[in-house]
Design a protein around this ligand. Structure first.
Ligand code: NOJ
Length: 724
């Protein structure tokens, strides 16, 4: 629709219709099968509000959505189409690895492909907007949502968030199979205190602006259709009521032009946070701050009209919000084609499965390998653990994924022709853990260690244990205070470790775990995260070497829970601990554990070896762009083709304020045949060196910076020093 016609439409709409666009309701209003991803309020919505609502969440199904769209448009005074939104977080029906795993691939092009495949499936099923990507910097493994983020690093979150948005929003097929992306949660939610879900956020303004806003600043450039406000408060101001953050920063400084949507109930929640006296005030605060759509709270539905009638909220404010929503629908082509994309793409296509497989292979991180992997297919191997025969390789955020679409490891082993015997070993959770995680108890889940299985393990046998968290142990509302594997599985592990030293452990998880004991007692450990529909094939291919591991940690593996939150970019301290002074207690240290995580950000092994050499950094002259160039050589010195992630870090050597120990500024994944060698070159603009000085002014001047290059945050070489 042309802009003028859209303006004309807006001018003809009644106040109620405009407010209707600003209200999002759940699919449960129409469809018993709709997925509820939050709490529903007690108030019954007036029927008129339901039929004037602008968007619906959590519904899927080509026929259902087509039918509802038709009826709805017929009833609507101006026949405005609905937009169906849902949490398509890591795939729709084909489930890709969780976002945290995707980040570990360090392969943004594959992430983009996966998002495009997810968009095609979603739009085919009637969904035209996804609440993804989430670019909340997450350095606390206790927080269940770390799985939905791209990990601890701001830059990686920015790069991967951009890639995902591009994948969702590009109309690649010309069949309008693209969907609207939603960058979330703006901003700071990843820093909830003590990793406790929905807790407050206490970080300095500098850290907020520099590190937590960085991924949003980067990804907004990909023009997301929506930004979602966080549940949390930034500098104690709830984001859904913060006009400075949503107006001056998000729209002003970051240049966001799309629609701002609240999180589920985050407008109504202002009352609970005791920052609004009642729902009426909550509605006023949120609309004034610039929240266009109220997702699932009673505030806008029941109070916005009154606020306008009283003159507390102006008609211009309502018009501005409604306009942005209409524009979003228009960009999706909904006015001309309200059923666009429906039924246009194949669900669970071979191409999607292929992308899911490749991404799963690239996402797994090989943490340890003492000359045991890859396995020989002819070497008799016992596979045991609750995940050997389980399709639960998805996640709580794979809301439309089906376990029946997942192949299990046992079947992949059969297909591969490997000499493998599969044993169950034990169930996934104890009875108490089932209660804690609200998982339905079955004899299979709570099965204790099967002694008959253990007795099959002979001395020196090669054993692969596939162990991990249950699906319900990560995601929203899944914070944990302990980071160990479930008890039954640890018992199985200990018993197996007593019988053989040739132990290989594969870990399925939605978060970094305390893997001390596992890595100590296993000869090899593969971290497979929650790998999705094609996860089993990826695990088998990696263990038998038809694929070479190349994932690197996007979030460090802590030494133990006591270190959390922990990241490689933690601030520089005084009383610095050094290896030479391990007996000096007056250092910034723990007395009972090391400061370093078990495995640092950026770490990951391969079946081949790489050498990074000749790093150098220099400032281009005035005749060029004036950027900083960084260069190094990478060589595959081993016997197998593989990939290395070259990582470039920067740190300030002296500034008047305390700064991160180092920060990732570029990376590139390089694929090399054995003996292959290449040059990697990065170009970095001076703007990217900016930081907030002691007067809160952005600067990069008169500051000595050091550039470092390496293959993990803990293994870098100096490339040069620069001062601007
Ligand atoms: C609450 C979550 O915080 C948000 O990420 C999600 O998109 C909405 N619920 C909708 O399910």
């Amino acid at each position: 629709m042309k802009k003028e016609s859209l303006q004309q439409l807006l001018s003809e709409m009644s106040l109620r219709e405009k407010i209707g666009q600003m209200i999002q309701i759940t699919g449960a209003c129409f469809d018993e099968e709709a997925v509820l991803t939050g709490e529903t309020g007690k108030e019954q919505l007036p029927e008129e509000a339901v039929w004037l609502a602008g968007s619906v969440l959590g519904m899927i199904g080509a026929d259902k959505i087509r039918k509802l769209q038709k009826t709805y448009m017929k009833r609507h005074p101006h026949h405005i189409p609905l937009v169906f939104m849902a949490d398509v977080i890591h795939g729709c029906r084909t489930i890709f690895p969780i976002p945290l795993a995707q980040a570990c691939s360090f392969h943004p092009q594959l992430v983009r492909e996966a998002a495009a495949a997810a968009a095609a499936e979603a739009s085919s099923e009637g969904i035209r907007a996804s609440f993804s990507p989430m670019t909340d910097v997450s350095k606390d493994a206790r927080w269940g949502r770390i799985m939905e983020s791209f990990g601890e690093d701001p830059y990686v979150n920015g790069v991967m968030g951009t890639a995902m948005l591009e994948g969702y929003q590009e109309d690649r097929s010309g069949k309008q199979t693209q969907i609207a992306g939603c960058l979330k949660h703006f901003a700071g939610y990843g820093a909830v205190s003590a990793g406790r879900e929905y807790n407050d956020v206490e970080i300095s303004q500098r850290t907020f602006l520099e590190q937590y806003l960085k991924p949003f600043r980067m990804a907004v450039k990909a023009k997301p259709a929506m930004v979602m406000t966080a549940f949390t408060a930034a500098d104690r101001k709830p984001v859904s009521a913060d006009g400075h953050l949503l107006g001056d920063i998000l729209r002003g400084q970051l240049g966001f032009e799309g629609t701002v949507i609240s999180d589920w109930g985050s407008v109504g929640q202002l009352e609970e946070q005791r920052t609004a006296e009642n729902q009426k005030e909550a509605a006023r605060l949120a609309v004034t701050a610039g929240v266009d759509i109220d997702m699932m709270s009673p505030a806008y539905v029941f109070w916005l009209e009154k606020l306008v009638q009283e003159g507390t909220v102006s008609m211009e404010q309502i018009d501005a919000c409604a306009w942005r929503i209409l524009e979003m629908k228009n960009r999706l082509g909904l006015f001309e084609h309200p059923y666009a994309g429906i039924g246009k793409s194949r669900i669970l296509s071979e191409e999607s499965a292929h992308t899911a497989f490749e991404l799963a292979c690239e996402s797994c991180v090989l943490l340890k390998n003492q000359d045991i992997l890859p396995l020989d297919k002819n070497r008799k191997t016992l596979w045991a653990g609750p995940y050997v025969n389980s399709p639960e390789l998805l996640s709580r955020w794979a809301i439309f994924g089906r376990h029946s679409d997942v192949t299990v490891i046992r079947d992949e082993l059969k297909k591969s022709g490997a000499d493998a015997e599969c044993l169950q070993g034990c169930g996934m959770l104890s009875k108490e853990e089932c209660r804690m995680w609200q998982v339905q108890e079955t004899p299979e889940i709570t099965q204790g260690v099967r002694l008959e299985d253990i007795s099959k393990i002979g001395r020196g046998d090669t054993v692969v244990l596939v162990l991990g968290e249950h699906e319900s142990q990560s995601g929203e509302a899944a914070s944990r205070a302990f980071l160990e594997l479930p008890v039954r599985q640890m018992q199985l592990f200990e018993m197996a470790a007593e019988r053989t030293e040739n132990l290989i452990t594969v870990i399925i998880t939605g978060r970094p775990l305390d893997l001390r004991r596992i890595t100590e007692k296993s000869r090899a450990v593969l971290l497979a995260w929650r790998p999705g529909t094609m996860g089993a094939r990826a695990i088998v291919s990696l263990l038998y070497g038809s694929k070479n591991p190349s994932g690197k940690l996007a979030a460090c593996m802590p030494y133990c829970v006591g270190q959390e939150p922990v990241s490689y970019w933690d601030m520089t301290t005084g009383h610095v601990m050094s290896q030479k002074e391990i007996h000096n207690r007056y250092r910034s240290r723990y007395m009972d554990i090391p400061n370093e995580p078990l495995y640092s950000f950026g770490y990951g092994l391969s079946y081949t070896q790489f050498e990074i050499s000749s790093p150098s950094a220099w400032r281009e002259g005035e005749r060029q762009d004036g950027n900083v160039s960084v260069c190094c050589r990478v060589k595959n010195t081993g016997q197998k083709a593989g990939a290395e992630v070259v990582q470039c870090y920067v740190r300030t050597l002296c500034a008047r304020i305390v700064r991160p120990a180092k920060e990732l500024i570029r990376f590139e994944k390089v694929f090399l045949e054995p003996g292959g060698e290449t040059e990697v070159r990065f170009s970095i603009s001076l703007e990217e060196f900016m930081y907030y000085d002691e007067n809160m002014q952005l600067t990069n001047q008169n500051t000595p910076f050091e550039i470092l290059v390496g293959n993990s945050s803990a293994c870098v070489q100096p490339a040069g020093r620069l001062i601007f």
